[in-house]
Design a protein around this ligand. Structure first.
Ligand code: C2E
Ligand code: CA
Ligand code: CA
Length: 696
């Protein structure tokens, strides 16, 4: 083969190559020839492109930046230049080209042009790009996963509970958080991969293992249990929840243990519970706990054993409080709270229901007699004097007792019955006890109704005053009138004071009643002759209230009635109870200029010493003597005695309840100075606007 032949063959070979674009450029970049690969790659036929500048294969941007010429210059300077980049086909589409440009020189070294080989590497490029992207994505994903796992780690270690995960199959710990480490003093990294026995303290291990086993045995639902464990922080109560779960592999099984330290929470709850069930002053059980104990005793009662409830009320606690101060009273209650339980059994509950009210529930009672004995022990325990701040305080207690002997008797019944019995005990004189009797319920009910009615009576002004004249020795001259209360009930009609005053005294309503009487009587008396007095009855229970003096003062001031025209009628019971304090109240009233009469004298104790202890302005002889003056020597003797004292102490005497002229004559002979009774005038109402009663 000749060289010329081989040249031709070579040209054919080059021109036939289809995978590579092979062509030559003149030194200025003009396309000189074109092979089949070039046509295939770039889309131009040889006659279209030969003679054109090769820069048309470049993108406008590359062209603008001078890339085509720069490539040629490189090839010229270095002999060869290789590059990759986007090139443009005839149809405007882009392809990724791998380009090699060789500078071709003549024998004398002059530049003849360039040989350019271009290959369409778009597909490879795409694959590479995809791979690159995939790699980037993987890296990003790994990075995210890494930060997610450290994030989860941080979350788990931030959970304030102990978190422990155990592989149910291998029984090894998979995860333990910081709290587990703090609680049991084991490094959490060391725990991973080990069994609980290998790393946890024995007691905790036994508890957790049991929980895990229980959880695995059961249906896998969340379970909760609490136990006190000894930990590095001391003994702590752990409330532990267990849950069985699996991950994406359904054959896997894990037990998740979450333990919370509830020691402080439990202590707080216990404190709240204690406070809810105990009285803060004495630390004794309160009403709520008392009720619970009562219910417990009633529920447990069996075979003939009963439950008894005792209601206790101190007889003179109020006066202790009033005279010695509340701190003193508080101390007394605290001492009682210490003393009383000593006479009770272990199973009995003594509670403070409020103020000076206490109650005891006695379960397991065989005989009523046992209850009486226990109540007596309480009475005796209270009676022993209390020493407080150098004072010896005598205190007594009244006790009401109810025994549940039928299963129908509820806690509410029992407490109510004991309360009714207490009321009875107080009525029978203090310092004693009373057992509940069914009649008490009807009485209590009536009393309650009456109380409600009476409250209403005050509000809707159903109370009126009637006035009964008091005459002097002339029998015709009215020197004053006694105000007597009447209750005009809308349905029950007229109710007399003996039927409602006792209820008012028991319930404390007497203070409101008396405020009305005093104000109304003084106001009314202002319409009378200036020498006429008005007598107002006071109850002994009103003296317990220190407001009595100011009440009298306000009645006088409001009405403008001179003090010496008001006569207060009291009975000797005022001097009997709490005499020192009551006596001082009486003195204060008398100092105001008000007159004080001793009412119903001759009944009750009628100790002559009362007449010496206070300077009464008048003695009223009870109508029982007046009415018997003619028939009974005893009555006459008493009247004589009273008049005798009156004369010697210079105190006038009024005979009450004079009904007949014979009585009037006899009493006048016996030396009574004043007279009051149906014979001389009945109690009558003075309607507003009516003419004042005449003095004759
Ligand atoms: P008291 O203070 O002994 O009043 C005299 C009572 O004898 C009055 O009864 C009067 O109506 C009645 N009486 C008057 N003359 C005769 C008579 O000739 N024969 C008979 N059989 N009775 C006569 P009253 O009004 O039913 O009052 C009863 C008691 O109620 C009073 O007894 C008094 O202790 C009390 N009371 C009345 N009003 C008040 C009041 O405003 N406050 C207080 N604390 N007690 C009052
Ligand atoms: Ca009276
Ligand atoms: Ca009287």
């Amino acid at each position: 083969m000749t060289i010329a032949n081989s040249d031709v063959m070579y040209r054919h070979l080059v021109q036939g190559v289809e995978d590579y674009a092979i062509y030559m450029l003149s030194p200025d970049g003009t396309v000189a020839n074109w092979n089949a690969g070039a046509e295939r790659t770039k889309g131009y036929a040889a006659d279209e492109i030969v003679g054109q500048n090769f820069s048309c294969f470049y993108t406008p941007e590359d062209r603008a930046s001078g890339l085509p010429q720069a490539g040629l210059a490189r090839a010229r300077d270095r002999g060869k230049f290789a590059a990759e980049g986007w090139r443009v086909r005839k149809d405007g589409t882009l392809f990724w080209a791998s380009v090699v440009i060789d500078a071709i020189h003549g024998d004398s070294g002059e530049l003849l042009g360039y040989a350019k080989i271009t290959r369409d590497e778009t597909e490879r490029r795409m694959q590479e790009q995809q791979l690159l992207r995939a790699k980037e994505m993987t890296e990003r994903y790994n990075a995210e996963l890494g930060s997610l796992s450290s994030f989860l780690d941080a979350v788990i270690s931030q959970i304030p509970s102990c978190v422990l995960v155990m592989d149910a199959v291998s029984r090894r710990i998979v995860l333990a958080n910081r709290q587990v480490q703090a609680m049991f003093g084991v490094d959490r990294a060391d725990m991973r991969g080990r069994t609980m026995q290998e790393c946890l303290p024995e007691q905790a291990c036994a508890f957790f293992e049991r929980l895990c086993n229980d959880a695995l045995r059961s249906d896998g639902a969340m379970r909760e249990e609490e136990e006190e464990l000894s930990t590095t922080l001391g003994p702590r109560s752990l409330r532990t929840k267990t849950l069985v779960f699996h991950n994406s592999d359904p054959r896997s099984r894990y037990v998740l243990l979450i333990a919370d330290d509830v020691t402080d929470e439990n202590a707080a709850h216990a404190q709240v519970r204690y406070m809810a069930h105990h009285d803060t002053l004495t630390g004794m059980p309160n009403r709520r706990l008392f009720r619970e104990q009562m219910l417990k005793a009633l529920n447990a009662a069996s075979d003939g054993r009963g439950t008894a409830v005792l209601c206790l009320d101190l007889d003179n606690f109020k006066s202790v409080n009033d005279t010695l101060g509340h701190q003193f009273g508080d101390e007394l209650l605290r001492l009682l709270a210490k003393r009383l339980p000593k006479v009770l059994r272990e199973q009995d509950t003594l509670a403070r229901l409020g103020g000076d009210e206490f109650a005891v529930v006695l379960p397991n009672i065989e005989q009523t007699e046992d209850v009486r004995r226990m109540a007596q022990r309480l009475v005796d325990a209270v009676r022993a004097p209390f020493e407080i701040d150098g004072h010896t305080v005598p205190v007594t207690v009244s006790i009401g007792i109810a025994v549940a002997d039928t299963p129908e008797c509820t806690a509410d019944h029992l407490l109510r019955y004991a309360d009714m019995a207490l009321y009875e005990a107080k009525r029978n004189g203090r310092n004693g006890m009373a057992f509940f009797k069914p009649e008490m319920e009807t009485t209590a009910l009536k009393r309650h109704e009456m109380e409600m009615d009476l409250r209403q009576a005050i509000i809707s002004q159903q109370l009126r005053l009637h006035y009964q004249p008091i005459k002097d020795a002339s029998h015709v001259r009215t020197v004053g009138r006694e105000a007597l209360m009447r209750w005009q009930h809308p349905t029950k009609g007229l109710i007399m004071p003996n039927d409602f005053i006792p209820v008012a005294e028991e319930t404390g309503l007497i203070h409101e009643l008396s405020a009305f009487t005093l104000h109304e009587a003084c106001r009314e008396a202002m319409r009378w002759e200036p020498h006429e007095t008005v007598a107002v009855n006071l109850s002994a229970s009103q003296f317990a209230n220190s407001a009595l003096v100011s009440l009298v003062e306000s009645a006088l001031t409001t009405s403008g009635l001179p003090a010496d025209r008001l006569e207060l009628e009291i009975t000797e019971s005022v001097l009997l109870a709490n005499s020192a304090a009551n006596l001082s109240t009486l003195t204060r009233l008398k100092d105001m200029g008000v007159k004080v009469a001793l009412d119903d004298f001759g009944t009750g104790y009628s100790s002559l010493s009362y007449l010496r202890s206070f300077e009464f302005d008048k003695i009223k002889i009870d109508k029982s003597f007046t009415q018997d003056v003619e028939s009974s020597r005893e009555a006459l003797a008493i009247i004589r005695a009273i008049n005798g004292i009156g004369r010697s102490l210079d105190i006038p005497t009024t005979a009450e309840g004079v009904e007949t002229p014979a009585q009037l004559r006899r009493l006048t002979e016996e030396g009574c100075t004043h007279f009051q009774g149906y014979l001389l005038g009945r109690p009558v109402s003075h309607e507003p606007g009516a003419t004042p009663p005449t003095s004759t």
